[in-house]
Design a protein around this ligand. Structure first.
Ligand SMILES: [Zn+2]
Length: 206
C-alpha cells in the first residue's frame, strides 16, 4: 500500500469556513481512505491552533516547549484533542443527515466547553476593555479551548449556513456553505470539483 506522507501544518488548506471544521479537516481524507493525519505531535496541534488564531503565537511556542519537556503530557493532550476532533466530526455528520448525535460525543464536547468557561478570568485588555482572558497556560486546556469553539459553531444555528461534506474521492472534508446559492458541493472546486469532472469526462469518452 502506498504510504502518503502527512502535510506540514503550514501547507494545510483552510477551506472549512470555521476553525473547528478546519480542525476536523486535519485528517486529509475520510472517504475511500482514512488519513494521513496532519496532527502527528502536540507541537503540530499548537502550530495549527496558532495558524487559526485560536492561541497567540507566543502561547503556542510556550506550550510547545512545555510539551517537549513533558512528552507524556504532550501526547495525552494530543490524544485528547484528537478524540474531541472525531466526536466533532461525528456530530457534524449527524447535523448534515439530521440524525441523532451520540450522547457520549455531545458530552465530550460539552465537558470541554464547560472546563474552558470555568477557567476564564475577567481581565483588562491592553486597550482598556474588560475581556475574558483567552490564554491557555496548561496543555490540558487545549482540548477545552477547541471544545468551546465547537459549541460556538454548533449552537450558532440562527446565524450560519449549514455544514456540508465534500463527496470528492479521498476527501470528505467538512465546510460551512457560504455560497450564494447555498448549494456548494465541493471543499474546493479547483481540486475535488475538477477531478470529479475529469473522471466523469474520461468515463464518458473511454
Ligand atoms: Zn473535497
Amino acid at each position: 500500500m502506498e504510504i502518503i506522507p502527512a502535510k506540514p501544518i503550514r501547507d494545510l488548506r483552510l477551506l472549512g469556513g470555521h476553525p473547528v471544521l478546519d480542525f476536523v479537516n486535519t485528517v486529509d481524507s475520510r472517504r475511500d481512505r482514512w488519513g494521513p493525519d496532519a496532527l502527528q505531535t502536540c507541537g503540530d496541534l499548537l502550530e495549527w491552533m496558532s495558524r487559526l488564531e485560536l492561541v497567540s503565537a507566543g502561547c503556542s511556542i510556550r506550550l510547545a516547549k512545555l510539551a517537549r519537556a513533558h512528552p507524556e503530557e504532550g501526547r495525552e493532550a494530543l490524544d485528547e484533542a484528537k478524540a474531541l476532533r472525531e466526536a466533532i466530526y461525528r456530530v457534524a455528520l449527524c447535523e448534515i443527515s439530521m440524525s441523532d448525535a451520540d450522547a457520549a460525543d455531545l458530552k465530550l464536547i460539552e465537558d470541554g466547553a464547560k472546563r474552558w468557561a470555568a477557567a476564564q478570568k475577567l481581565t483588562l485588555s491592553p486597550s482598556g476593555a474588560i475581556v475574558w482572558s483567552q490564554e491557555i497556560s496548561h496543555l490540558s486546556a487545549i482540548t477545552a479551548r477547541l471544545a468551546s469553539s465547537a459549541v460556538e459553531l454548533f449552537i450558532a444555528r440562527e446565524h450560519r449556513r449549514p455544514i456540508g461534506e465534500c463527496p470528492g474521492r479521498d476527501c470528505g472534508w467538512l465546510f460551512i456553505d457560504h455560497s450564494k446559492s447555498g448549494r456548494r458541493r465541493w471543499c474546493s472546486d479547483e481540486t475535488c470539483g475538477t477531478s470529479a469532472r475529469v473522471r466523469k469526462y474520461r468515463a464518458k469518452h473511454s
